[in-house]
Structure formats: C-alpha cells, structure tokens
Write a protein that binds this ligand. Structure first.
Ligand SMILES: Nc1ncnc2c1ncn2[C@@H]1O[C@H](COP(=O)(O)OP(=O)(O)OP(=O)(O)O)[C@@H](O)[C@H]1O
Length: 347
C-alpha cells in the first residue's frame, strides 16, 4: 500500500545545527504514528518538514506517493494542530472551523454542514457561537482539532496538542483522541509528543527520536516489551539498564551472577544491557540468596514505594514495590530480577 506520508532521507540544518539527520519513515493510511523523544530531538522539525513549514536541507517528503517537497503548506491538504491552540481570537468557533473551507471556496450550505459535522465529532456542537476566549483550554484544543479535520485531510499532524493542558484534562483528551481515531479509520495521524504515556495510549507504532536521529521504530507493544536499543528501554518505560554479557542462547552474566534472558541470537561474550522495569524488580530481606544490595532510599509514591538500591556488584537499581515491611534504609536486601527481561544494545 502506498504510504500516506513518507520521509526519505530528510535532513534539516539550521546553520551548523543539525535538527534532523537523514530521517526515513513511512506512515500508512489509517495508522497513528507517535514521534516520541526528549526536547530538542527533532520531532517538531520532522513534523514541520511534512507540513511544509520548513524545507528539508536534503531528502524528499511524499504524500500518498506524490513528492511534495517543493509544495507550499496550503497545497498539501493536511490537517495540523499545534501546541498553542492558535485559533483566531476575533472569530467565533464556527467561523474558526469554517476558515479553511471558505478559503477553498466551498458553497455556504456545505460549509455549514461540514462545520456541524466536525464540531459534533469533537463534542463541541453546542459551542459554535462562542469566541475562543470563552472556552477552556481543552475546549479550544477540540475546536483546533475540528478546524484541522474540516477539510477531511488524509493526514492529521499533531504537535504536542495536549501539552498546554493540565494533567486531568490531558487524560480526558487522550480518551477523546482515541475515540476520534476510531471514527476516522482512514486518516493517518502523526503525533509528536515527549510523553510516553500519550504515545503508548494512542499510537499503533512509535518512532523514538534522539539527537536529530531516529533511534528505533516499531509497533507500540513490541517496542515497549522488546526494545532493541537501550535508549528506547529507558525512555519508554524507565527501565534500569544493567550491563551484562551474553553467556549462551538464554543466559546472561551480571558480574558472576547468571540471569535468564533470551540472547536473541547475540553471540556469547557480547556486552549488552538488560532492560529491567522498576516494577518488575523484587526486593526482600537478605536471606543469603540472589543479588545482594544496599537499600539507599525509599520514597512513598501513593500507589507504592520507589526504592533506590546499590547492588553489591556495583550498579544502582530502581525498584517500585507495593510495600516495604521489614526493609529499612541502609539495610542489606536481596534483589530478584525476573526471567525474560529484554537485552538491549548500548550506544
Ligand atoms: N528555527 C530554528 N533555528 C535554529 N535551530 C532550530 C530551529 N528550530 C529547531 N532548532 C533546533 O533543532 C533541534 C531540534 O528541534 P525540534 O524543535 O525539532 O525538537 P523537538 O524534539 O520537537 O523538541 P521539543 O519537544 O522541545 O519541541 C534543536 O536543537 C533546536 O534547538
């Protein structure tokens, strides 16, 4: 199938700053792809290259197989929603949403119908005569999404659309975006975010970015459970990274302690890291077995406790456990690491 969006070797330089380095990425019709990465990793730059807000220094951008690298943004037919709602303050909700349709010289009746349809889609049908200042942040963002969808774009670009909202509203909007996605089964969505929860909840695939480069891309669940790169493991799920060496097909060595983990074909002797999620680390009083550690800090986090542990083998480990009975800060404890944690490449 022809991808809805394709970036081929897209690089963007600002003077001597490389904002994006040779990005290759394709998004299928109907697919939601999250571009996930820390601040400054090049996510917005990639999105702007697709939208046409900036021209790549090299590489090509294709939409539905058509090369649009030299096409201005308003001729790309995309829906774009950015972080700040960017509604026209002097226009009512309905006129904001109608703006792009009128620019396309759509007949009045059809404009009115389409405006109702998309306002309905985002749950804002009752607000058509309000001005943006009379709406909450979440409502304004819904209107911005309705405006982007009014032209029925085959591709919707979202650049941190929820980051200006408070935590409760963000949760609500994630649910809203999920619902919207199911109502737009053919629309490709590219969603830029630095929030892994948002990416996990919304994306079919996640592309992890770091320092202007694509680190890894894959289906959301497999990237979460079986990341190939250490950076993905730590960014997506806050894994501990323990330096280990492959012993055989299903054993690794941490110092002189052996742990069960699938080598995935890596040769014996290979130095890699074991990605261990904090909630999978077991901690109990020392009995003389397993990995010995010193409990250095305990923080109550409401749903449980976050523990910092210094393994006697010489590594810091974070654990999240439901209870800490019998575990005192400064005491010697025993740490267990479950079988089957992923092995990841260390950059
Ligand atoms: N117009 C510009 N001029 C110069 N440098 C820029 C410009 N826009 C972006 N950059 C630089 O390019 C790099 C990538 O920026 P980009 O905005 O794509 O990152 P990001 O991953 O979207 O970050 P954030 O989550 O903070 O928005 C950064 O180092 C940034 O400082």
């Amino acid at each position: 199938m022809t991808p809805a969006v394709e970036l081929r070797g897209v690089s963007v330089h600002f003077g001597r700053t490389v904002a994006l380095h040779g990005l290759d990425l394709a998004v299928a019709p109907g697919e939601t792809l999250a571009l996930l990465g820390p601040s400054g990793s090049g996510k917005s730059t990639a999105l702007k290259a697709v939208a046409g807000f900036l021209r790549p220094t090299s590489g090509r951008v294709l939409l539905a197989g058509r090369d649009v690298t030299d096409t201005p943004p308003n001729r790309r037919g995309l829906g774009v929603v950015v972080q700040s709602y960017a509604l026209f303050p002097h226009l009512k909700v309905a006129d904001n949403v109608a703006f792009g349709l009128r620019a396309r010289r759509m007949p009045r009746r059809a404009v009115a119908e389409r405006v109702e349809e998309v306002l309905d889609l985002v749950g804002m049908a009752g607000f058509r005569d309000r001005y943006p200042r009379q709406l909450s942040g979440g409502q304004q963002q819904r209107v911005a999404i309705a405006r982007a969808l009014a032209i029925r774009p085959p591709v919707l670009l979202l650049d941190e659309p929820l980051s200006a909202l408070d935590a409760a509203l963000r949760e609500e909007m994630v649910a809203e975006l999920l619902r919207l996605r199911s109502e737009l089964p053919d629309t490709a969505i590219v969603h830029v975010t630095h929030d892994q929860g948002e990416a996990l909840a919304l994306a079919d695939r996640i592309a992890v970015m770091r320092d202007a480069r694509l680190v890894e891309v894959g289906p959301t669940e497999s990237l979460y459970h079986r990341p190939a790169e250490a950076f993905t493991a730590s960014f997506l799920g806050a894994s501990n990274l323990l330096p280990v060496e492959v012993v055989d097909a299903d054993t690794v060595r941490l110092g002189d302690v052996r742990l069960a983990a699938s080598s995935g074909g890596l040769p014996p002797g290979e130095a890699v890291a074991l990605g261990v999620r904090p909630h999978r680390v077991g901690v109990r009083e020392f009995t003389g077995h397993g990995l010995a550690a010193r409990l250095v800090a305990v923080q109550w986090r409401g749903t449980g406790f976050r523990l910092d542990l210094d393994l006697e083998l010489g590594h810091r480990l974070r654990a999240e456990v439901p209870a800490v009975e019998g575990l005192a800060v400064g005491s010697r404890v025993e740490v267990s690491i479950p079988d089957g944690c992923p092995l990841v490449r260390v950059a």
